[in-house]
Design a protein around this ligand. Structure first.
Ligand SMILES: Cc1ncc(COP(=O)(O)O)c(C=O)c1O
Ligand SMILES: Nc1c(O)cccc1C(=O)C[C@H](N)C(=O)O
Length: 396
């Protein structure tokens, strides 16, 4: 898949096989110059004029349009800002306003905890008898009934990589009058997404994973274009106001998706992200998906052939997986630490999941072969049994 592979665009330490781009993407090679230029020529020289002259104030929508292309969203329907947790809160809060009289937010037990925690907090704040109902991922469709206000799901399960059927679930939500919110954290830049075709009302996602925006990179929110002028922002910050520099006493929502902005954008992070997004200019998402599946299939076949102690935790059907493969192993934490020590970087998710992300922009078949060799060594030589690999780090 040579048209997809572009290893030279990224800065990866010599000898490292990086299978954790599903958690934090690597740095595009030209990032130091980009950030240094921003700091010295923009912040350093332009000072406050940078908001206009360097286009800082427009970055959230300019970059939103770059992200939109990757998730099947029309231009002008995506805006960047804040963290994904905040964007989840905003989307669900807006969804509840659209479904008066209904009191249930439906999600699944495989969702990433912060999405569920944010809804818990929203429910406590509203104090109007809302309920967060979580069911097993495979039971979501059946659980959508006429009492559901908002269905909030992460398309790709962070632990297993299991993929929800976006179109079918959205359609079912709509048949029952519910609003659909998708979290695309593990989808954007990983798999082709067609938000417009799905007809979902809202979607959110982060940019530090497959989009390589850097640690703490801003999140995004999408609102379907026919709703953007009526949606009511719960987080009514001044930069989502119709005219922030009128300094009016009362909030009036800004035009369209702009109203989902909250406060001052983190310009250095936005600058890093804008640079990282340029990498995607000529990436065909269908070709990327094909390359990802080829790598995953090779990985699963090789691991299963050589390392029987690991059991597949991801769906076997590649069409039912995102861009990661997970294996279960009782001593998975220590095994992953031993593997990282051997320069194959994946991660561990409790209680026993060893997780490997496949990112065809900088991972190729040779990397997969080498990674499996090193996994086999960790397992054959029981390297995971070394006490030094058993002490838990703060971030796993
Ligand atoms: C599905 C999902 N939602 C939310 C988050 C995190 O949100 P935040 O960027 O606010 O830390 C993650 C990953 O950390 C995630 O995988
Ligand atoms: N956002 C993260 C962070 O701030 C520190 C460490 C990891 C993360 C992650 O993104 C975790 C990731 N969402 C996951 O799927 O587990």
């Amino acid at each position: 898949m040579s048209e997809i592979l572009r290893k030279d665009v990224f800065s990866l330490p010599e000898g490292v096989i990086y299978l954790d781009g599903n958690s934090l993407g690597p740095m595009p090679r030209n990032m130091p110059e980009t950030l240094s230029r921003m700091v010295s020529s923009e912040w350093g020289q332009l000072l406050i004029k940078g908001w206009n002259a360097a286009g800082w104030m427009d970055q959230p929508s300019r970059i939103g349009d770059m992200v939109a292309r990757l998730i099947g969203a029309p231009q002008g329907t995506v805006v960047m800002g804040d963290t994904l947790s905040i964007k989840v809160y905003q989307a669900v809060a807006a969804g509840l306003k659209m479904t008066p009289g209904r009191r249930v937010i439906l999600s699944d037990t495989g969702n990433f905890p912060t999405d569920l925690y944010m809804v818990e907090g929203l429910i406590r704040t509203l104090d109007q008898g809302y309920e967060l109902r979580t069911v097993a991922p495979e039971d979501v469709a059946a659980a959508i009934g006429d009492d559901i206000a908002v269905v909030m799901l992460t398309q790709v399960d962070y632990r297993t990589g299991r993929l929800h059927d976006m179109d079918a679930i959205t359609q079912r939500a709509h048949q029952h009058g519910a609003v659909m919110v998708w979290d695309l954290a593990h989808s954007a830049g990983a798999i082709p997404v067609d938000l417009a075709a799905s007809n979902a009302e809202m979607a959110v996602g982060c940019t530090y994973k497959y989009l390589n925006g850097g640690p703490g990179a801003p999140a995004f929110i999408y609102v379907r274009s026919d709703l953007a002028e009526t949606i009511q922002p719960a987080l009514s910050g001044w930069l989502g106001h119709e005219a922030p520099f009128d300094f009016a006493m009362n909030y009036r929502p800004g035009p369209g998706i702009e109203r989902m902005r909250v406060g001052t954008p983190p310009v250095m992070q936005m600058t890093a992200l804008e640079e990282a997004m340029r990498v995607w200019d000529d990436v065909d998402m269908r070709a990327l998906r094909a390359a990802s599946i080829a790598l995953q299939e090779q990985f699963i076949a090789d691991v299963e052939a050589r390392v029987p102690a690991l059991t597949l935790a991801s769906p076997r059907d590649p069409d039912a997986r995102g861009s990661q493969v997970s294996f279960r192993f009782e001593h998975g934490y220590a095994a992953m630490q031993a593997l990282i020590h051997m320069d194959v970087i994946g991660d561990f998710r409790a209680p026993d999941i060893m997780r490997f992300g496949f990112t065809p922009l900088y991972i190729d078949a040779g990397d997969v072969t080498e990674a499996v060799d090193r996994i086999a060594k960790v397992m054959d030589d029981k390297l995971w049994d070394d006490p030094k690999y058993k002490t838990r780090n703060r971030v796993t």
